[in-house]
Design a protein around this ligand. Sequence first.
Ligand SMILES: [Zn+2]
Ligand SMILES: [Zn+2]
Length: 363
Amino acid sequence: MEPSVLAAIFSGAEAPFRYERLSRPTLGSGEALVAITLTTLCGSDLHTYRGRRRGPTPLVLGHEAIGRVIAVGSGMNASWVDQRITWTLTDSCGLCEACTRWNLPQKCERLFKYGHGGLSEGSGLNGCYATHLVLRSGTHLVPVPDSLTDAMVAPANCALATMIAVIEALPTCGERVVIQGAGLLGLYGCALLKTAGWKQVFVVDRQPARLLAVPRFGGIPILSTAHDAIRANSADVVIEVSGSASVVEDGLRWIRPGGHYAIAGLVHPDSALQITGETLIRKCLTLRGTHNYQPRHLEAAIAFLSLHRETFPWETLVSPPMPLQQLEEAFALAESGRWARVAIDPGLISDCSRNVTALDSAI
Ligand SMILES: [Zn+2]
Ligand SMILES: [Zn+2]
C-alpha cells in the first residue's frame, strides 16, 4: 500500500475544509517529516477562517503543534528520528541581513511560515492541520521532555514563545504591570511575570468568562468596565495582547511616566492607535512592538514549562482533543471562547460520517 498522509485543505473563508490524502513526500536536504500528535487552533487561524486575514489558498492551516520526527532528509542527523519535538513557526535562511545583523530571523528575506504556505509550495505539507508536516532546513527544532504532555506543549511554539519575546524586551522587573487581554497570551504573561518577580500583574478584559482563569496563573482580574480599578500613572509596564486598538487609550492613562508599552496583539490592519506624539514625549514612554520570536525564545518556552510544570494548571487551557475531520466543529468551539485553545489530534479516528476512511496506522 502506498503510504499516505491526511490533510485538511482550506480554500477560502467559511468554505468547508476538504480532507485529502496526499502521498508521502520525498524529503530534501535538511528536511524532516513530523507526525503531528497534537495541534491547537491559534486566534490568527480564526481570523483567516472568517476571512479577516488573507493568505494563499488552497493551503493547510495550523502552526501550533507538537509531533514526532519519523524521517529525515540528507544532511539531518539521524538521531532526530523518533524524537518528540516542537519547532519554530518560521523558517529562515540564516544568511540575510535580518537573520544576521538585525538578529530578527522572523523577518528573514526568504521567510517561510508554517500554516501560511500554499499547497503548491514545496511538498504542500506546510501546515499542522494534517497528520504530517514537512519541516524545512532553516527551522529550529526543540526536543520536548517526556515530563511535559502534548497539551502543555502544543501552543508553546506560537503563544508562549511570543510572550517570552515580549517580556524579555521589558525593562528590569518592576512593581506593577497591566496586561490588556485575558486570552492565552495574557495568561502566559501572568505566569511569566509572576515567576519573574513582578509584584502585581493586573489582567484586563471585557469578557468576565475570560477572566476566570487569571487568578490561577497569578494575575489579578479586572473587568474593563471597572475603570477606577487601576489608577492613572500607576503601571510600570502595560502589555497589549487583546487585539483591539481601542484599549490603547486606557493603557496610556494607566502607564506611569517613563513606562514601557508593549504591543503584541494588534496583528491586523484595523489597528490605528489613538496616541499623540506629545503624550509619547511628555510621558517619556517607550512604545515597542513584538512580532513572533527567535529560536532561543522557543528553547526558553520549553525550559519554562519544564521548570513550572506543576506551578500552573497548563492543561486547563486546552480542550480535550478532537479528530482532524471535525475541524469545523473545532473552529466553532474555539470561537465560543470556552477554551483558551481547542486541540486537534490528527491520530484520532473521526466517528462522523464524512467520506474519509480510517487513518493508515503507519506511513
Ligand atoms: Zn499563532
Ligand atoms: Zn534570512
